[in-house]
Each structure stands twice: as structure tokens, then as C-alpha cells.
Design a protein around this ligand. Structure first.
Ligand SMILES: CCCCCCCC/C=C\CCCCCCCCCC(=O)SCCNC(=O)CCNC(=O)[C@H](O)C(C)(C)COP(=O)(O)OP(=O)(O)OC[C@H]1O[C@@H](n2cnc3c(N)ncnc32)[C@H](O)[C@@H]1OP(=O)(O)O
Ligand SMILES: Cc1cc2nc3c(=O)[nH]c(=O)nc-3n(C[C@H](O)[C@H](O)[C@H](O)COP(=O)(O)OP(=O)(O)OC[C@H]3O[C@@H](n4cnc5c(N)ncnc54)[C@H](O)[C@@H]3O)c2cc1C
Length: 667
């Protein structure tokens, strides 16, 4: 079956139009699967259309030609325009719609509200008491105040228990005294802290009567609401340019015995009474929930980052002609080369897989917050923490790899800022670090795995959570031709073996006399391998579950091809484990390779439409190379001509230095 997708093809590059004509599914229907519902996919399109009717948001100067200050100013101008249209554009308080609006209009280089929406408001929702929400949440939602999340310090990010900023309770005045005792205690990195925010959630060590209670969240006013000047006792500023994300003012913050009222400790789950007595929370790590919230979004957000890079690379590959195959009268589209397909298509599959995981983990977090806030039920916290710790690490790592391959797939033009892929890469790989450095978080996931293995070894498999149940599966011989379930079985065996091996190694060192911490460190590489396999198994199973649930036949068929590619690619990628443990034979390996190559051919006709289905507007993509019209060469030439360097024929640097130098050389 072949039909023309609904988008207008007239006027586009004929090579791209041809690709769109040969697609076997409808991109609107695919968008419903990607964005989780028909309603949200339609709302996205509606919002995009409404944005396109606001002149002040069109044809802005390319970000690549702007200084950092100009980028920040431009983001603020756009936010102001959006603010004037907010209620016509989206349903107020709909987080997904707000995120879409920001992504499309302001892009990914950061803006003053990035942390306000993703961490400041969510922390108030999950940690502030009803009374505190009454006071601050409404103001935050109406954007009367701008907030950020200030946790990381110059000296500590990963190890939260050693944060040095103190919040010492003074019963006589019923205040907390915030203080930065050393240079390493300066808050360092928080997004939008430096220049934009006037409020912050500050994570500080709660100290009462000389006893430390560990990091707790406080809401703190940083700047005067009228003048925006820092309040006395507060030192705040921008930390300088970064690898990417330079539209954001990540900042530093220090306190000099800065006093805040007792009511500024967020007290939904714990309390400090006026006399200084402390009521502890129902779960020791409940104060970490805002991090879990962001981690639960990361599979979706990173999937969308990689999708942007792939839209650009796949469209370009369908337009770029170079070299010959059979027909010597016309050069081929580079997308027809097997190596190009192998470079791009497994990442397309991963994008879909990550997004399906993201849809699931976002819902799991929403449910957890309901359970905790309404029923005080914290039983889901440990599982979601270990799942999202592993997932953020695996997804960010592969997203970085996928985006870099997308860049290379665009040859020389991929290296130009016109492609915008380097910016997408820079922003995406920040995710390997923020919300917990990847190795640190893989080791958090490993804690849960080791515990589960120990339960099995102690004869209590019934206590395993459903995600760990595969650790009890016996070894079996598997016939790969029966379909996805066979791949899952092999993957389960590989992941199980590695989890047991890593745990065995840990125990061995402990038996030999090492403390658990030292034995843990000596086993850490093996433990992180176990976490990665465990997480990749979850991703694989989620992909299968999601594809099975699709009702549209043509969408399901296209995604089944992608799923088959994913299964074969993933298994091949971990084949060294399977071969070493005798789980797979070399004949099975050959079978997998052949399946992989034939999947590439099946996906080829749908490649452009699989990426068009994300329905990113040109405004959001910000890529000259990846525009929907595919007129790559004309667009590139126009863009280059608009470079500030080309606004005069002779640069002052030539007149001032090169010319005199050449003249001197003549003497
Ligand atoms: C991101 C969305 C953006 C969308 C916008 C898209 C548009 C594009 C625009 C811009 C894109 C960029 C957006 C930028 C956003 C950037 C946001 C970045 C913000 C930050 O980085 S905030 C700072 C984050 N910091 C960290 O993550 C620190 C990492 N460290 C930790 O979390 C902890 O220190 C630790 C978990 C590693 C260890 O904690 P600790 O208290 O020492 O505990 P342990 O002794 O290790 O463990 C004890 C026990 O507790 C369990 N546990 C730990 N944490 C949790 C938890 N959260 N929940 C439940 N249980 C937990 C742990 O497993 C142990 O259990 P056990 O004893 O084994 O049973
Ligand atoms: C773009 C960006 C935005 C950010 N936004 C915010 C924000 O809004 N708010 C905020 O509070 N913070 C923010 N951060 C800070 C971020 O959360 C931290 O940088 C991150 O948690 C990593 O901590 P770290 O810098 O201390 O790394 P480190 O822990 O110093 O990592 C250095 C190395 O040490 C290793 N390591 C550390 N501990 C262990 C261990 N226990 N076992 C094994 N290896 C270990 C790591 O794996 C890594 O290789 C942001 C960071 C970035 C890059």
C-alpha cells in the first residue's frame, strides 16, 4: 500500500516528496502512537499552527549567529510574547502542552523558565504542605515569581549527604539561618539561578540543636521582587559559558547567615515544630522526589532530542546524492547505502523505544506522587528510583551516540552549525551528567539488582518485584525464529547471568575480608554492566508491549519492522556475553545478522515518514539542513550569506593585521 501523507508535498524537494509518497502508513496516525494519544498529537499540531500565526515568533535571527547575551535576551523576548498569548495557545497548567510550547518556540538552548516548570513547581507540588502551596504554588503557576532548583555545590553534586550549605534552626526567632561555610559550599550549576530567578528551592543540611538531619528542601527568596537586586546576605551570579545550553544562566549562590522563616522548610512530609522538635518523613529519601520526577521524564526528552537529530539526518540523506549503484545515469541518495542505513536506522528504533519507556515512566511518577500525597503510600519509591536511575543512564548514553552518528551521516554539512546537530548533541549529553552522573546512577540501579539476587540466593524469590522476576528464570534453549519472545528470553538469560556474576564477585571480595563498600568498588564495573543489561531488557520489553497494543494495521506493521531491527541490533550488541556463556551459538549469531540486514531494507521506504511523524516544525528544528522542504543547497547558501562575517567584503581584522603583515612581508 502506498499513499500520500497529508502534508503538502508541492514545492518540496522532489526526492523528499517521493519518499513521502511511498510511505506505507499515515504520519498523523503514527504521531498518535508517539505522543501517547490522538488528543495530544492533535493538540500539538494545533499549538504549532497557532504559533505560526504569531508574527513576533517567526523569522528570528539564527541562534548560531548570536552571542550568549543575545540568546538569553531572545529567549526572554519570546517568553514575553508567549505570556501574552499563553491562554489562547495551551490549556493552563497542562505540563505537556507547556513543554511543547517551550520546545517549539524557544528551542533547547535553555531559558529562564526551564527549571521553573521542570523542578521548581514540581517540588512545590510534591514537597510543600497544602498551606505552603496556597502561598507559593499559585504565584509560581501564574509566573509572578521565577524559581529554580539549587542543590549541587561547587564541591559536591553526586554525594548529596555531604552537601555543605547549612540551614540551622533558631527556636528563639523561629527562623532557619542559611549559610555557606566554605567556597566548596557555594551552590554551583543550577539552571536559571544566575540572573533570572528571584526564588529558589535550596537543598540544605537541616541542623537543629547541633544535630544534622541531612538535605532538606527550603523555599528561598533570592532577589527583591521590585528591583530584582539580590537580597542582603545573598551572593548570586552566572557560572559562564558551557559546552551548549548557553541560553541558560546556570548560576552560583552563596548565603551569609541569611534568615528565612520556619515556614519556608517544605513541610508536606516532615516538620520542624516551633520548639525545634523534628517529625521525620515516611521515607528517608522522599526529599529526593524532584530528581526522580526529572529522571522519569528523561527517556521521553532524550528520545525527542535524538529524534530531532535524526529528522535532520534522514531528510538530508534522502536529498543528498553521491556515488552510484546499479544505475550509472544518476547518483544515488546516500540513504540507499547499507552503511548509512546501519548508521541511522537502529537509532530510529531506539528513539521509538525510549519514547515508549518515557510515556510509561512519566505515568509511574504521576501515580507515585498521588499515592504518596493522598495515601502516604511510599512503597513504589524504591522501584521507580532504581528503574529511572538505570534508564536515565542508558538512554542518555545511547542518545549521545545516536546524535553523533546522525552528525557524521550528514558528512561535512553535519559539522556546520547550519545542521544544528552539534547544539542538539551538546544539550543532550548534559543529561549524562545532570540528574545524577551516569555511573553513579547505574550503581544505584545495581543496589536493587544485588538485593534481588540475594533474595533469590536466600530462597525468597516470591519477594521479587515483577521487574526482577526474570532473575529466577532457568536456562533454556531458544529458537529465535519464533519471534520477539525468544529474543526476550535470551536477553533475560544474559542479564541474569551478569547480575549473578557481579553479585558473586562482590560477595567473593567480602568473604576475603573487604568491607561491603570496598568490595562494591572492586566490583563496580561488573555491577554497572549488569545494570545496563537489566535496563536494556526493560526497554526491549516495553517496545514489544507497546507495538503489540497498536490497533492501526499499517502503523503496527511499520513499527514491527522497527522492533525487529531493534531486537536483532540489541542482541548483536550484547552478543559477546551470550557467546562467552554459551547462551547463543555462532549459527544463531549469523541468523541475527541476516535478520538485521533484511530489517534495514524493509525500513528504508518508510525512513523519512518515520521521522516526519514526530511533526517537528522548522521553527522547532532550527536546522537549515533538515527543513521540511528539503531545499538543502539553496537554504545553506542563504544561511551562509546571512553570516555576520559576510555583511562586509573586507573585515577590520584584514585591514588591521593581515594587510599590514602582507605589506611587511613584501619589504
Ligand atoms: C529534564 C526535562 C526537561 C524538559 C525540557 C525539554 C526542553 C528542552 C530544554 C532544555 C533541556 C534541558 C533541561 C535541563 C534540565 C536540567 C535539570 C538538571 C537538574 C539537576 O541536575 S538537579 C541535581 C541532581 N542531582 C543528582 O541527581 C544527585 C545524584 N545523587 C543522588 O541522587 C544521591 O546522592 C544518591 C541517590 C546517588 C545517593 O543518595 P544517598 O542519600 O547517599 O543514598 P544511598 O546511601 O546511596 O542509598 C540509601 C538508600 O536510599 C535509596 N534511594 C536513594 N535515592 C532514592 C530515591 N530518590 N528514591 C527512593 N530510594 C532512594 C537507595 O537506593 C538506597 O536503598 P537501599 O539501601 O539500597 O535499599
Ligand atoms: C547542564 C547542567 C544543568 C544542571 N542543572 C542543575 C540544576 O538545575 N540544579 C542543580 O542542583 N544541579 C544542576 N546540575 C548539576 C548536576 O546535577 C551535577 O553536576 C551532577 O549531579 C553530577 O555531579 P558532580 O558534578 O558532582 O559529578 P562528580 O560526582 O564530581 O563526577 C565526577 C566523576 O566522579 C565519578 N563518581 C562520583 N561519585 C562516584 C561514586 N560514588 N562511584 C563511582 N564514581 C563516582 C563520576 O562517575 C564521574 O566520572 C546541572 C549540571 C549540568 C551539566
Amino acid at each position: 500500500m502506498s499513499f500520500l501523507n497529508k502534508e503538502i508535498c508541492d514545492g518540496d524537494n522532489p526526492d523528499l516528496t517521493e519518499e513521502r509518497r511511498t510511505a506505507t502508513f499515515d504520519t498523523d496516525r503514527m504521531a498518535q502512537v508517539i505522543y501517547g494519544s490522538e488528543k495530544f498529537a492533535a493538540r500539538r499540531r494545533q499549538i504549532t499552527k497557532s504559533i505560526s500565526r504569531i508574527p513576533a515568533l517567526q523569522d528570528t535571527k539564527p541562534l548560531a549567529f548570536m552571542t550568549r547575551e543575545e540568546k538569553i535576551t531572545e529567549a526572554c523576548r519570546e517568553l514575553d510574547v508567549l505570556s501574552d498569548h499563553w491562554e489562547q495557545l495551551i490549556y493552563v497548567n497542562d505540563e505537556e502542552e507547556a513543554l511543547h510550547l517551550h520546545r517549539e518556540v524557544i528551542g533547547m538552548e535553555g531559558h529562564p523558565f526551564a527549571l521553573h516548570e521542570t523542578m521548581f513547581i514540581p517540588t512545590l507540588v510534591s514537597q510543600a504542605s497544602d498551606e505552603q502551596q496556597e502561598k507559593w504554588l499559585g504565584r509560581a503557576r501564574k509566573r509572578e515569581i521565577i524559581g529554580c532548583y539549587a542543590q549541587t555545590e561547587l564541591g559536591h553534586g553526586s554525594n548529596l549527604r555531604k552537601l555543605e550549605t547549612t540551614a540551622t534552626y533558631s527556636p528563639s526567632t523561629q527562623e532557619f539561618i542559611l549559610h555557606t561555610p566554605t567556597i566548596t559550599a557555594l551552590k554551583w550549576w543550577p539552571g536559571a539561578l544566575g540572573k533570572s530567578s528571584n526564588y529558589a528551592i535550596v537543598m540544605a543540611d537541616l541542623v537543629i540543636k547541633n544535630k544534622s538531619y541531612g538535605p532538606h528542601p527550603f523555599i528561598v527568596q533570592l532577589r527583591d521582587e521590585k528591583t530584582h537586586q539580590p537580597l542582603p546576605g545573598i551572593t548570586v551570579g552566572d557560572i559562564g559559558p558551557k559546552m551548549a545550553f548557553n541560553g541558560a544562566d546556570n548560576g552560583f549562590l552563596g548565603f551569609d547567615h541569611f534568615r528565612i522563616p520556619r515556614g519556608n522548610l517544605l513541610m508536606r512530609h516532615n516538620r520542624v515544630e516551633p520548639d525545634g522538635s523534628y517529625l521525620k518523613p515516611p521515607h528517608a529519601k522522599i526529599g529526593y522526589s524532584s530528581m526522580v520526577k526529572v529522571r522519569s521524564r528523561m527517556a521521553m526528552d532524550q528520545g525527542l532530542f535524538m529524534a530531532q537529530a535524526l529528522v535532520i539526518a534522514v531528510r538530508y540523506s534522502a536529498v543528498r546524492r553521491q556515488g552510484f549503484l546499479e544505475d550509472k545515469s544518476q547518483e544515488v541518495k546516500v540513504l540507499d547505502y547499507q552503511t548509512q542505513q546501519h548508521r541511522l536506522f537502529p537509532s530510529i528504533a531506539r528513539v521509538y523505544a525510549f519514547i515508549f519507556c518515557g510515556l510509561e515512566t512519566i505515568q509511574l511518577y504521576e501515580k507515585l506522587i498521588l499515592d504518596v500525597n493522598k495515601n502516604g503510600d511510599t512503597s513504589g519509591m524504591a522501584d521507580l528510583h532504581s528503574l529511572t536511575s538505570g534508564l536515565k543512564s542508558v538512554v542518555t548514553h545511547f542518545t549521545g551516540q545516536g546524535i553523533e552518528q546522525a552528525r557524521m551521516a550528514c558528512g561535512g554539512h553535519g559539522y556546520s552549525m547550519a545542521s544544528y546537530i552539534s547544539e542538539i548533541y551538546g544539550v543532550a549529553v548534559a543529561g549524562c551528567t545532570y540528574e545524577g552522573e551516569n555511573m553513579v546512577m547505574l550503581l544505584q540501579c545495581a543496589r536493587a539488582l544485588v538485593k534481588a539476587v540475594e533474595l533469590v540466593e536466600e530462597g525468597h524469590p516470591e519477594k521479587l518485584s515483577p521487574m526482577m522476576a526474570y532473575l529466577t528464570k532457568p536456562s533454556v534453549t531458544v529458537d529465535l525464529t519464533v519471534g520477539p519472545e525468544a529474543y526476550v528470553k535470551i536477553f533475560q538469560l544474559i542479564a541474569k547471568k551478569q547480575a549473578f556474576k557481579a553479585t558473586e564477585q562482590l560477595h567473593k571480595f567480602m568473604v576475603a575480608g573487604d568491607s561491603r563498600d570496598v568490595a562494591w568498588n572492586k566490583s563496580a564495573v561488573e555491577l554497572t554492566k549488569a545494570s545496563r543489561l537489566h535496563t536494556r531488557l526493560y526497554i526491549l520489553k516495553t517496545f514489544i508491549r507497546r507495538v503489540e497494543s497498536i490497533t492501526d494495521i499499517s502503523v503496527k506493521a511499520a513499527l514491527t519492522d522497527l522492533l525487529n531491527l531493534h531486537l536483532n541490533y540489541e542482541l548483536l550488541d550484547v552478543a559477546s556475553y551470550a557467546l562467552a556463556d554459551g547462551i547463543m551459538s555462532s549459527t544463531q549469531m549469523d541468523f541475527i545478522k541476516n535478520q538485521l540486514y533484511s530489517s534495514l531494507e524493509k525500513i528504508r521506504p518508510n525512513a523519512v515518514s518515520l521521522m516526519d511523524s514526530f511533526q517537528f516544525s522548522d521553527l522547532q528544528l532550527r536546522s537549515v539542513l533538515g527543513r521540511r522542504d528539503g531545499h538543502v543547497y539553496q537554504n545553506l547558501f542563504e544561511w551562509a550569506k546571512s553570516s555576520p562575517l559576510n555583511q562586509s567584503e573586507v573585515l577590520p581584522s584584514v585591514t588591521q593585521y593581515l594587510k599590514p603583515m602582507m605589506e611587511k612581508s613584501k619589504l
